[in-house]
Design a protein around this ligand. Structure first.
Ligand code: OAD
Length: 281
């Protein structure tokens, strides 16, 4: 093996065994023919943009325990420490841009009336990808359903008002932490922490999409955090196909019709880009 194989003058992906090329072809056909598509993404889709994942080598949860930083108890105990961690993550994410997988998925959702992106990511990169699309009524379709919130939004710990906030947070002392302009209480990141419920409306919509989908395309999630991980199972139980894109095997692999091993940027554009869409030129 090795080198780039060619077939009829068309270059194939280097070092990819024929079974994988067949799987890619079948995945593309499922996506092309689907009436309704749910795309579920996790940290792996943003890894190629430079956003750290949670698990695996170099993952955020290798360095810190979730209970120290991503729970309401941790925030009550030491809001400065929790804000410092989110401010650091914000700074890293601010330097990142959407990659070829985000862009291909945004284009799919934009062009296909019944495709939606549901993400566990709080980095805003799917929304940034949607913002690169031509302005039209359909651009809203490419906006993701953000199940775990957004690192670029804040929420009041008292009156629960929410606002977008991209400016850096000063977490050098408790006094410098951001406070609510309406009631003066401490603001917190508008993200879902462990032990907290997901936004009921977003959750209901996500499960309705999953139940109605002919294809659930799962990209870059370890599928160990619920309820998000159950979306793929819901599509499968309703008779749809699950297509997984991941560098590794996950709990989703056993229910997937097709598993594509590789990075999101290498694989996703090839799975979704050939779909003919209402908005395609
Ligand atoms: P994880 O860090 O658990 O998993 C990332 C997944 O992406 C793994 O399965 C990797 O194999 C895969 N991966 C890594 N690089 C990839 C690449 N370039 N292309 C494709 N796949 C790649 O992240 P999530 O599954 O998103 O929740 O984690 C789920 C939730 O756990 C997060 O939303 C967060 C976390 O704790 C909260 O904070 C509530």
């Amino acid at each position: 093996m090795g080198g780039t194989r060619r077939e009829g003058g068309r270059p194939l992906t280097p070092d990819r065994p024929p079974a994988t090329d067949q799987a890619l072809f079948r995945a593309r056909a499922h996506v092309r023919d689907a009436e309704s598509i749910l795309v579920l993404t996790g940290a792996g889709v943003s890894a190629d943009s430079g956003v750290p994942t949670f698990r695996g080598p170099g993952g955020l949860w290798k360095q810190r325990r979730p209970e120290e930083l991503a729970t309401p108890e941790a925030f009550s105990r030491d809001p400065r420490l929790v804000w410092e961690w989110y401010a650091w993550r914000q700074e890293r994410i601010r330097a990142c841009v959407p990659n070829a997988a985000h862009l291909a998925l945004a284009r799919l959702a934009w062009g296909h009336g019944r495709a939606r992106i549901v993400t566990q990511n709080i980095d805003g990169l799917h929304a940034d990808a949607a913002a690169t699309l031509p302005v039209s009524g359909a651009r809203g379709n490419a906006m993701p359903l953000e199940l775990h919130g957004s690192i670029f939004r804040v929420r009041c710990t008292s009156c629960a008002s929410r606002t977008a906030r991209r400016e850096p947070i000063d977490a050098t002392s408790v006094e410098s932490l951001p406070t609510c302009p309406s009631c003066g209480e401490l603001l917190r990141p508008d993200v879902v922490w462990f032990g907290e419920p997901l936004e009921p409306a977003a959750l209901t919509e996500a499960f309705e999409l999953a139940a109605a989908a002919d294809v659930c395309l799962v990209v870059g999630t370890s599928a160990v955090v619920h309820p998000a991980a159950r979306l793929a199972t819901t599509t499968r139980a309703a008779g749809g196909h699950v297509i997984e894109v991941n560098r590794e095997e996950t709990p989703i692999t056993s229910i997937a019709s097709i598993s594509l091993r590789g990075s999101a940027v290498e694989v996703v554009p090839g799975v979704v880009s050939e779909r003919r869409t209402a908005n395609s030129e």
